[in-house]
Design a protein around this ligand. Structure first.
Ligand SMILES: [Zn+2]
Ligand SMILES: [Zn+2]
Length: 324
């Protein structure tokens, strides 16, 4: 018995620490489907402490994920009165990365704020300024942050991120580096999350550079090309809001399959032919269509038709858990 215990201990000691990321999709769609809006809980594998990339849907996303078994390994401390949903919200989510101030990217955070725990909100200065101006302010809701109009409740510590500069995410072992994006006249953000040598990208809404008359995506690709070549970039979470039949003058700062493929080809050109092979690309923010015909299958098929890079396209679904 003792020998067995020792062998088990040695096996544990010899096992390499898990690498890569663990992601739970809390919200997968773009507006208008309330209850399933952009939000991804991202953590290093084997470590429950993480942040969300956007927070369009929060508690409802945790509930769906819990029902699908995504949190079955969460151990709620003895004596703790919280459910697993409550425990993950208050103890494991250590902060929020907000890509831009559109409501479908932070409505879940606003609604959960009265019962949430104190934690930071990380965003570019323009995004934090708009959140203070439009949402967390006295009036129909309260200012739960430490920024903006009085009275300030101070539950959320607002942190301004600096473009291209890594910032440690308090309470986690990750850092985040933000890159500004062009989103139909509004500044949005791509977040590069890093842990040890591993990295992943989570994009807020973005238009294609050609349509936005910008070089924002090109700058992101330049910044990560070396990590792609070194196989350190583990995944990309990015939006495709519409299928290819959407005309460029009706994109309103969003991507279609054709435009995403064009952008990924630019990354491949920088990182080297074949360098994107097997890279998981998780597609979010598909707009719910009131016509009744949802475009998911069409979008996946259009992405597949132009995929000569060998990337792995997946449509994000609420409650899914990914490890990459
Ligand atoms: Zn959006
Ligand atoms: Zn938006």
């Amino acid at each position: 018995m003792r020998a067995f215990a020792l062998a088990a201990l040695l096996a544990t000691a010899a096992a390499p620490a898990p690498s890569g990321f663990d992601m739970v999709v809390l919200g997968a769609r773009g507006g208008i489907e309330d209850g399933n809006l952009s939000s991804y809980l991202i953590r290093p594998q084997g470590d429950p402490r993480g942040v969300t990339c956007d927070a369009g849907t929060l508690v409802q996303g945790l509930r769906v994920a819990e029902a699908k078994g995504a949190f079955k390994d969460v151990r709620v401390s003895a004596g703790e009165e919280l459910s697993r949903v409550g425990y993950v919200l208050k103890h494991d989510i250590k902060g929020y990365l907000i890509s831009h101030p559109h409501l479908d990217h932070l409505s879940g955070l606003i609604i959960a704020s009265p019962d949430d725990a104190a934690k930071p909100i990380y965003a570019l200065p323009s995004v934090n300024a708009e959140i203070a101006r439009s949402y967390f302010r006295p009036g129909p809701w309260s200012n739960f942050t430490d920024r903006g109009a009085e009275p300030r409740l101070g539950k959320y510590h607002v942190v301004d991120l600096k473009p291209g500069t890594p910032t440690p995410l308090a309470g986690t072992t990750m850092t985040v580096t933000p890159f500004p994006l062009a989103h139909g006249g509004m500044e949005s953000t791509a977040f590069l999350l890093e842990h040890d040598r591993d990295a992943m990208l989570c994009f807020g809404d973005t238009g294609p550079d050609a349509v936005e008359h910008a070089d924002k995506l090109q700058r992101v690709w330049s910044a990560v090309a070396g990590r792609v070549r070194a196989k350190q970039l583990k995944a990309i979470v990015i939006e495709v809001s519409f299928a290819n039949d959407r005309p460029d003058d009706k994109l309103f700062g969003h991507l279609t399959p054709r435009h995403l493929l064009g952008e990924l080809h630019k990354l491949e050109a920088l990182a080297g032919k074949g360098s994107l092979k097997d890279l998981p690309i998780i597609i979010g923010h598909i707009k719910y269509a009131l016509s009744g015909t949802q475009p998911q299958a069409q979008i996946l098929s259009e992405l597949g038709a132009g995929n000569d890079m060998g990337v792995r396209f997946h449509i994000a679904e609420q409650g899914q858990r990914w490890r990459f």
